[in-house]
Design a protein around this ligand. Structure first.
Ligand code: NI
Length: 267
């Protein structure tokens, strides 16, 4: 069986990874990692994500504004995101959502821009990558009200309950599991992995953040997604190969990657 990994959420466009970009990309090429989704968090990082996606064959991009950064957004920036989203390697709008843990932007502004970007994604018929921290109920409510599930929803770094995970699966959403699943106190996340059918699971690094064991405390990078894959496989009692291939295929399907004719016609 082939072994292919897909890091469904990473930030090659972050300062931390840019510092060592040649090393980071070389270790991606040497690994079983076949694809990465390089995610924007504001206009500048989205531009860079697209540029890198053009540069590296295995790299795709998502463009959007993180709830932390919406305080710096201007109405006319949406037009810039629209232009970026025309690139054939852009496969999602994200990361967008609500963060009521850090509250780096006023909540009312977070809500407004979350809705605006969901409606934007719907116009473009593109799936969305969602960041939700301490705003579980409201995130789901807004996603429903904005009909986001019609074009695809990926809960990045999912931190809600197993019960809510089941509701998301019923709505057709995908849930992505980060490196924190390898930590000793990951009981809640383990329950989520057990509650979600394999067909709805993805794995991610969120590099440079959330470094898995055995590298916890150091800078994360996409090649480390293998540790998350191994841990999730162990929880489910399936082989590493099976888990790697299934989550890779899930991500390819979600982002519309590998459908050759579609790629060619868009390119
Ligand atoms: Ni992220």
């Amino acid at each position: 069986m082939t072994k292919r990994l897909f890091d469904s959420h990473t930030h090659l466009n972050s300062e931390e990874l840019l510092e060592d970009i040649d090393g980071v990309t070389e270790r991606i090429r040497e690994s079983e990692l076949r694809y990465v989704m390089n995610v924007g968090f504001d206009l500048e990082s989205s531009r860079l994500a697209v540029k890198q996606a053009r540069q590296y064959e295995w790299c795709y991009a998502a463009v959007g504004c993180h709830p932390h950064d919406v305080k710096g957004m201007r109405e006319e920036d949406l037009e810039q995101f629209r232009i970026l989203a025309e690139d054939p390697k852009v496969r999602a709008i994200g990361e967008i959502g609500l963060d009521f843990y850090y509250d780096n932007s006023p909540r009312e502004l977070q809500r407004q821009w979350f809705r605006k970007q969901l409606s934007f994604a719907r116009q473009l018929r593109m799936p969305v990558i969602i960041h939700d921290r301490d705003a579980h109920e409201e995130t789901m409510e807004i996603l429903k009200e904005e009909n986001a599930f019609e074009t695809g929803v990926l809960l990045h770094c999912y931190s809600g309950s197993a019960e809510m995970a089941r509701q998301y699966v019923k709505l057709g959403a995908m849930l992505s599991i980060p490196g924190t699943i390898t930590f000793k106190k990951a009981k809640k996340q383990i329950q989520v992995v057990e509650a979600v059918p394999l067909s709805h699971l993805l794995i991610e690094t969120d590099a440079p953040y959330l470094t898995p064991e055995p590298f916890r405390g150091r800078r994360n990078e996409p090649a480390y997604v293998r540790y998350t894959a191994q841990k999730v496989a162990d929880i489910l009692g399936i082989s590493y190969e099976h888990l790697a291939e299934a989550t890779c295929e899930n991500a390819m399907r979600f982002f519309g990657i590998g459908e050759k004719e579609k790629d060619a016609s868009r390119g």
